[in-house]
Design a protein around this ligand. Sequence first.
Ligand code: PEP
Length: 260
Amino acid sequence: MTIPQRRPILAANWKMNMTLAEGGAFVKELLARSLPAGVEVVICPPFTLLHLLGEKLQGTSLKLGAQNMYFEEAGAFTGEVSPLMLKDAGAHYVILGHSERRAHFKEEDSLVGKKVGAALEHGLSPILCVGETLEERKEGKTLEVVERQLAGGLAAVPRERAGNMVIAYEPVWAIGSGQAATGGDAREVSAFIRRLYGDQFGREAESSLRVQYGGSVKGDNIRDFTGYPEIDGALVGGASLKADSWHAILQAVGQQISAP
Ligand code: PEP
């Protein structure tokens, strides 16, 4: 099976890891290696590293992303970071609605939707995360949950900006567990996401939408996902924290798209 026309996107979610020194060393090590052409690579460090990495990634093929933001531009919102600030630090992408934010910080679909709308308004591309818990999967509610999260998360997306979205399908039970979904299951949900997106924004937007899989992705299983035309890359946590394991994922996808 071949990869689709859309440019694959591999995003590293460093979560609450990495000091300035560690993040700088990681980028130096990664940039010393050959990186696959035709694959978009995004690093999403904690806020404290955004500016440093923004400078280090300038003029390279790597893009910068944040892991969260608030939807207002400025004001009395102690502890929050705005879309303007992310742009100022050099970010192109922002992860929104990650399951850890939904679970630990009680972010609801309505809030995620406001953030997605604000990110697009300010020229940031959201990586909107959706996915079911193990309990929900066992109850056969996977598609219902994903549909609800998409309805809320996409509520403020204007049609003219629908071409700038990335959606990450991340089953909660697969995140950090070492137990990835099967390629077939990820494909089924990704196809469902595409269809709903097309229903809402039109078939052109659907065909430009990039859908990632996320959950225990490594160099030796990434192709189980990116081999399907409905899946355009991955959002990666644990295996993105070491230059070696991250590079193995980039290489695997690079080889896959250059294979005849
Ligand atoms: C994530 O946190 O988005 C993630 C996919 O983590 P991991 O790759 O560690 O499962």
